[in-house]
Each structure stands twice: as C-alpha cells, then as structure tokens.
Design a protein around this ligand. Structure first.
Ligand SMILES: [Zn+2]
Ligand SMILES: [Zn+2]
Length: 410
C-alpha cells in the first residue's frame, strides 16, 4: 500500500450540526437502499425478456436453475438456451435477480448497491461477494452491535459491566479498533443432479495477498478465528468470521433466502435454515441464500477503510457439502476444507467441498475511486445523494419516517 496516500480523519460527531449531518448521511443511505430496492422490484416486475427484450410479458418464464434469466414464453427460452444461456447459466455469469443483492446499478444510478468484488463457482455451486459497509466506509468495531440480533439491545450495558474488566476485555480483543470488514455474500446451488447442498456460513474465510500478510497481521489478536499458513510460496493469513467476547457467536446473519428477507424476530425462519447462529443453510437446485458477515482484516491505522481492507485480500472461501438430506450438519462439519489447511479446494476427501472466489482489485478501486481521489463528500454525493429523480423534500422526510418506524425494507 502506498504510504504517501491521503489519510482521512475519523470524525466523531460532537456538535449538533455534526450529529445532524451524520444522521442525514446514514438516513440518505437508508433511503437510497429503500428506493433502489423498490425501483429494482418494479423493473423486475416489468419482465423484460432476456432473449427478445420485450417488456411486460404476462406469462413470464424464469430459468429455474439460475433465476437470472427470464423469458416471454418457452419459445424465447428455447431460442436463447443453446446459443447463449446454457453457457452463461453454467458459468454463473449473473447472480439471481433479487433486490436483496443488486449487483448491477438500477436505472439512473451510477453504482450498484452490491458491487461484486469476488465471484467463483465449483461443481455448479457459486457465490458472489460484495461489501456491507457504512456510509463513511469505516471498518466496524467489535464494541458495536452487529445486525438485528435482539440480543444486542442491552449490549452497551453488558460491555460496561465492571468498568476495569470491560476495559481489559476491550484492550485484549482490540474491540474498539476499526478493523472489521463487512461482506455480503450470495451462494447459489445450480446442480443438474438436483442434489441439495448444505452451506456452512460460519466457516467462511478471507485470505490475504502474500504481500499484505504482514500488514493484515498487525490487527490480529490471539482470539481470532484463523491463522497464518504457507500457500503458493507465500505466507498468508486466513481470517474466519469474527466473534466478540460478549456474544461469543459469529458476527454473521442470513439476511435473505430465495428472495425472502429473513427477520427472525418477526416471522418464522425459512425451512432452508438449519442453524441461524452458525449460518447453516440447505439449498436445492436454483435456491440461494444471502449472508452478511464480518472479518477482522484491518488494524485501525493504515487499514481502517473498506477499500484498504479489501486491498489486503486475494480470495474468499466458503465450504459446503452435497447433502443426503438426513445427516446432521454437525457430523459433516469435520470434513469441511479450510483455506489454510486444504488449499486444494473441491477435493474428493469426504463430502466437504470448498468454494473459492478471487477478489477483483480493479473493481474495488473503481467503486471507491471518488473517496480515494476526492474524499468522503464526493463519494457520498455519487453513491448516496441521488435518491431518485423528482423526489421533493416532503416525500424524502415521509420516507425517512417510514424507515424509522420500520415500515420499509432496509
Ligand atoms: Zn421474449
Ligand atoms: Zn439459467
């Protein structure tokens, strides 16, 4: 990493104006997420045919394996299959169409909500990896709550219990350091043999570039889930899904299964989910799950922003098994390959398989270029400020109110 590059101040809002600005920015981000999902849903509903481009077909057919292509009718589907779609479908060219993972910009937006920074597939199982960051691109701290886990409601009090003990824990776990990179990951089964798979979300790992191992190691602690190993003639660091000393569960959530948002406190979990805490999901052919998870990559100093953490990474790993539908997930977990113990992924030892995705650093730099070159305001303006053409202040305030009352999808 270039040592002469600009550093950015981490501003903790102190004045009422700062607080207003900070909440406005996060509010803007939420409104943009909300409006983009609405817009994407409308665009999907139009049913533009992948083959002939005609809009608004009434009997729309969707490719059952990838859910990424749709057609006016069977004639268009057949006409597209041999010359084009067969290959695109098998090569995981596009993720399934869902507003929970917008890998392409929706109309009038310059950037995708979920830019794809890594993608890969093996044996007809594939994944797409995007970032799940904050508006200011700061990495996250262990002391902050993760996701919508209702357990986190009393988190502040629990961390504060026994002031000295709390401080010791925070120091030992480097819990107040901006070091945790959030990723959003979509995994899909496209197997032709219709065998279900079991995906083990809490076994996800990110692996450093050989040249970034030392930098990434600066932020690590003895409590981390992962370690150094030699791979491809370089020493690398593998980091697993983070845990914190208070909750002791993986900082991981299954946020969507097959297009349905998952909200454990509101609705029953989809039957695909075998273990919500450990992120174990069963997927039949065509089915997919979306995870949010955090990994300790940063050190709070030279690696404190999303793109600085992403620049450390070469690959992403997630293991799965081809499932007989009966074996207990816990009995299968021991056969799962890890990036640092079995770098030859997709091997035939036991039922465990490894899926690897390589990070695309050019895509990372392009997405964050405004911030890197021109600063935070330029980035926010291009990524969050445009919340839709012709939306007046009144509509904006109404929408933010709806979001605060939990009326909108985030
Ligand atoms: Zn058509
Ligand atoms: Zn397909």
């Amino acid at each position: 990493m270039n040592s002469s590059r600009l550093r950015y101040k981490h501003i903790t809002p102190s004045s009422p104006e700062d607080i207003m600005e900070a909440s406005m920015q996060s509010g803007m981000a939420n409104v943009r997420k909300y409006t983009n999902r609405q817009r994407a849903d409308q665009e999907f509903a139009l049913g533009k045919c992948t083959y002939c481009g005609k809009e608004g077909g009434t009997s729309v057919k969707i490719c059952s394996r990838c859910k990424a292509a749709k057609y006016c009718d069977q004639a268009c589907q057949l006409a597209d299959f041999k010359p084009r779609h067969k290959r695109e479908c098998a090569n995981f060219m596009n993720p399934p169409e869902t507003s929970a993972f917008l890998a392409k910009p929706v109309t009038n937006q310059p950037y995708a909500m979920q830019p794809v920074f890594a993608t890969g597939h093996v044996d007809s199982v594939g994944c797409w990896v995007s970032v799940e960051g904050q508006t200011d691109c700061d990495l996250d701290m262990l002391t902050s709550a993760f996701g919508e886990n209702p357990k986190h409601k009393d988190r502040k009090e629990r961390i504060a219990v026994g002031a000295d003990k709390g401080r010791g824990t925070i120091r030992r776990y480097k819990a107040a350091v901006r070091s945790h990179l959030g990723l959003r990951v979509l995994v899909q089964n496209r197997r032709k043999d219709n065998q279900p798979i079991l995906v083990f979300g809490s076994r996800m790992q990110v692996v450093s570039h050989g040249s970034m191992t030392v930098a990434m190691s600066r932020g690590s602690t003895i409590s981390d889930n992962g370690g150094a190993f030699v791979g491809g003639s370089a020493t690398r660091l593998a980091a697993g899904v983070a845990k914190d000393p208070w909750d002791k569960v993986p900082r991981l959530e299954i946020i969507n299964v097959n297009g349905q948002d998952v909200s454990p406190d509101k609705t029953p979990l989809p039957s695909n989910i075998k273990d919500a805490t450990d992120g174990i999901v069963a997927l039949k052919t065509g089915e997919y799950a979306i995870f949010n998870a955090q990994f300790r990559v940063g050190d709070g100093d030279t690696i404190a922003k999303d793109w600085e953490a992403l620049a450390c990474l070469e690959t992403f790993h997630i293991p799965y098994v081809i499932w007989d539908g009966a074996s207990a997930p816990s009995a299968l977990a021991s056969s799962l390959p890890l990036a640092d113990t079995n770098p030859t992924v997709g091997g035939a030892r036991g039922p465990g398989r490894g899926l690897t995705a390589r990070f695309d650093q050019a895509a990372v730099r392009a997405y964050y270029a405004d911030f890197i070159e021109r600063g935070e305001q330029a980035y926010i303006d291009s990524h969050y400020r445009d919340v839709g053409t012709g939306m007046g202040a009144e509509k904006l305030i109404q929408m933010m109110g709806e979001l605060m009352r939990g009326g909108g999808g985030a």
